[in-house]
Design a protein around this ligand. Structure first.
Ligand code: SF4
Length: 221
């Protein structure tokens, strides 16, 4: 039976559980990596009443969730500003601090299981290097070095000493810049190296190559 709120908002049953209604669809189409033609963006209202659940599924596109009512729980267990082992927590600045991580800018980036963490780090460092305004030397040069060395690791051209040097580069940024963008660059870099050291070393040892460092997101069915 349709819950009262779903009735009021005219929501229909969602195939994976819960209730939804599409409220907007962009006119511009886009071809996804797996060859499907989709709208560039869509917007839905989604309701998951207490006692119902949304089945596990993977999405091929980015999603932005805006919580309007109720409590949102999140299952952590990957990288982040400060990675933590798998744990389910209510989403909130204090709860995240309580499990030893941070909500940062209050945005959550969901990365598919199986995504290469070294590739993620390079992608992230490209962003920080690009966005650094360049006023502070540690941020300007440090973000460029972090990107360069991570790229070298992915290309199988870095030594263990250079991998270790990532710590020094990131630590050299911490506390030495005008704005928090410097720490924003250094903290995830340190966390990546700490949590995924094995994966970084696999590239240095030649056990993985850049060709292995691809996203493995499966289409949402
Ligand atoms: S820390 Fe802030 S002010 Fe300094 S270079 Fe980076 S972005 Fe610019």
């Amino acid at each position: 039976m349709r819950p009262l709120l779903a009735d009021e908002l005219d929501l229909q049953p969602h195939p994976e559980g819960g209730w939804y209604r599409q409220t907007w669809r962009a006119d511009e189409p886009v071809r996804t990596r797996d060859g499907r033609d989709r709208a560039t963006a869509t917007m839905i209202l989604f309701l998951l009443p207490a006692g119902e659940c949304s089945a596990w599924h993977r999405v091929a596109s980015e999603e932005i969730w805006l919580a309007h009512r109720g409590v949102v729980a999140i299952e952590l267990g990957g990288d982040g500003t400060a990675p933590v082992p798998g744990v389910i927590e209510t989403l909130g600045v204090d709860t995240m601090r309580g499990v030893g991580t941070m909500l940062g800018t209050c945005c959550v980036t969901v990365i598919a299981e199986g995504t290469d963490p070294v590739w993620c780090m390079e992608n992230l460092m490209q962003f920080y290097r690009h966005e650094s305004c360049g006023q502070c030397t540690p941020c300007r040069e440090g973000s460029a070095w972090l990107e360069r060395v991570t790229g070298k690791i992915l290309d199988g051209k870095a030594s263990m000493a250079e991998l270790g040097g990532l710590h020094d580069i990131a630590n050299g940024i911490m506390g030495n810049t005008i704005c928090a963008f410097g720490e924003g660059t250094a903290m995830p870099a340190l966390a990546f190296i700490q949590k995924f050291r094995k994966e970084f070393e696999a590239y240095v040892r030649g056990q993985r190559t850049r060709a292995d460092a691809r996203l493995t997101v499966e289409p949402w069915s």
